[in-house]
Design a protein around this ligand. Sequence first.
Ligand code: ADP
Ligand code: MG
Length: 345
Amino acid sequence: MKKLHKISCLLLLLIIPTFLISCETNDEPVEKETYMMGTIMNFKIYGKNAGTATALVLKRISNIESKMSVNIKTSEISKLNAKAGISGQKLSEDTYSVIEKSVQYSKLTGGALDATIEPIVGLWGIGTDKERLPSKTEIDDKLKLVNYKDIVLDKKNSTVKLKRTNQAIDLGAIAKGYTADEVKKVLLNNKISSAIINLGGNVYAIGKNAKGKDWNVGIQNPLSTRGEYLGTISVTDKSIVTSGNYERFFIKDGIRYHHIFDPKTGYPAQQSLISTTIVSDKSVDGDALSTSTYIMGLDKGLKLVESIKGVEAIFVTKDKKVYVTPGLKDNFKLTSKGFTYEKGR
Ligand code: ADP
Ligand code: MG
């Protein structure tokens, strides 16, 4: 039947290309890999509308990127940064809400997450052709500009202002999470009930897989190359976000300098953790928390996650110990040898 359906579809496609969408079968997903927001993104979308939905998803991501990227001169964030210390910038609902969310998490994490980290990110240039180890003086100089309390939010006018000249916002720690939630909205609005998306480490599993079971999601092994797993969890309608020191970094004199900065020091966060994974309903929360718990370290990070309802975590330490919060203990399966599972916590 399936074969016949395919053959007839192919014949129809030769005659009327617009039949493409109606010829999509339920069990064959639309698979797409693309490079956006400075990272590789993967989509596997099931259902009748998968073709249309995929196109709309890509359009939405591009729309968010054009508003929030620091690398796009015309973005709202670039305009806001250019006006730092001078005046406020009127923002779209998207950008305003992400900045607002970021400030909420700054307060919740004692400043571990701080969107005004941009001068430090720019100074180190990690992952760009300008990456280098700056001097302590340079770092201290830029660090003076980092303070989320200088973000002035004006909700009524959807305007944000940075108090001081040369201050700048970078939403890299949270924008992909927001985007994953928006992608989910687009998919649901287009009647997609089964999909798995991966926005460069921000995974969202929608509904069930083709076999009608929960999605089995691999957690990246922080000591291996991309695609090798530490373990797996099975989930439905959950976001899984991982932050780690293996994503973007350079090594100098045997020291690894990575892209997650401690706003207290201006240096890459030097805690016992090498990777943090957050499982939550909303990916914006997962993204904010995976970055900030990485900076906060094992004890403070676990404490914070355990205090938030509906949020679970998997943390990996330098000495290869894996810590899992109670709500995930029966679910997480450690598959990689060489790590020990700290069940007793
Ligand atoms: P990834 O971008 O690899 O998914 P994260 O979500 O952890 O990783 O975000 C890291 C990015 O967030 C950095 O590339 C930088 O742009 C930004 N960033 C780094 N340190 C901080 C921080 N302390 N607070 C807010 N944003 C940060
Ligand atoms: Mg993050």
